[in-house]
Design a protein around this ligand. Structure first.
Ligand code: ZN
Length: 246
């Protein structure tokens, strides 16, 4: 089975479209979405429509999906994120608002093959930034392979009986064969707001038959996304950060 793994699209229609056109001719059997479909950029309805059309789809909610659909108030968001969330809530159609509200909470086990979570399988809103964070997730959960998002930083944590390793991805196609006997925590990076200093949309493909994981980076029309953010009157830093991938 080949899985297309997407996370943190954040209403960036240009980035999402670029990723979908990249994978159009590739075979994938199922789309996995790790949360944060909306919030930050200016095309919430378009990205919800785009994701809803992909089938079969397994999707879970992110913290921005909760605030943008009114499940939570966003009191702990920074001011630009909160402003964007409230703007998004006003723009979403009733149908899309309801669809977002009904997105399930992670974690989920997919095809008895791997786990998925937005932040961590223990707490959907918690971040995995360090090896200590990753080690805690390994200790407190049983997944051999678990995909997560939320940090917008593509990274793979590998736990073997001897060591814990952090694998940083590089290039526009990064390939890793997953070995039996090791455990993996994988962040495919963010489609719509990458924060690893590379302003390219990120996504992953995992082939569960060959156990090959690839993390891809795709260029997209950043200036278009920025223009839409500014025209919508959303906070300027949300446009500026896309150019530097931070
Ligand atoms: Zn996010």
């Amino acid at each position: 089975m080949r899985y297309l793994i997407l996370s943190d699209i954040h209403s960036n229609k240009e980035a999402f479209t670029a990723v979908l056109s990249r994978v159009k001719r590739k075979r994938w059997d199922r789309v996995i979405f790790l949360g944060d479909l909306v919030g930050y950029a200016a095309h919430p309805n378009q990205v919800v429509d785009q994701l809803r059309q992909l089938r079969p789809l397994v999707a879970i909610r992110g913290n921005h999906d909760k605030v943008c659909s009114g499940i939570e108030g966003g009191e702990f968001f920074n001011p630009p994120a909160r402003e964007a969330a409230l703007w998004t809530q006003r723009k979403l159609t009733r149908g899309n608002l309801r669809w977002l509200r009904e997105l399930p909470r992670g974690p989920k086990l997919v095809d008895n093959t791997f786990g998925i979570a937005h932040g961590t399988p223990i707490d959907e809103d918690a971040y995995v930034f360090t090896e200590i964070d990753a080690l805690n997730v390994f200790r407190l959960t049983g997944y051999e392979i678990c995909f997560f998002g939320h940090t917008h930083y593509p990274v793979i944590y590998v736990l073997t009986p001897d060591a814990m390793t952090t694998v940083l991805t590089s290039g526009t196609t990064f390939r890793l064969e997953l070995k039996p006997g090791a455990r993996y925590l994988v962040n495919p990076g963010s489609v719509g707001q990458p924060r690893d200093g590379r302003p390219l949309a990120a996504y992953a493909i995992y082939d569960s038959d060959t156990r090959v994981l690839t993390i891809h980076r795709a260029a997209y029309r950043i200036a278009e996304t920025q223009r839409a953010i500014l025209e919508a009157g959303l906070p300027r830093p949300l446009a500026a950060r896309l150019a530097i991938g931070r």
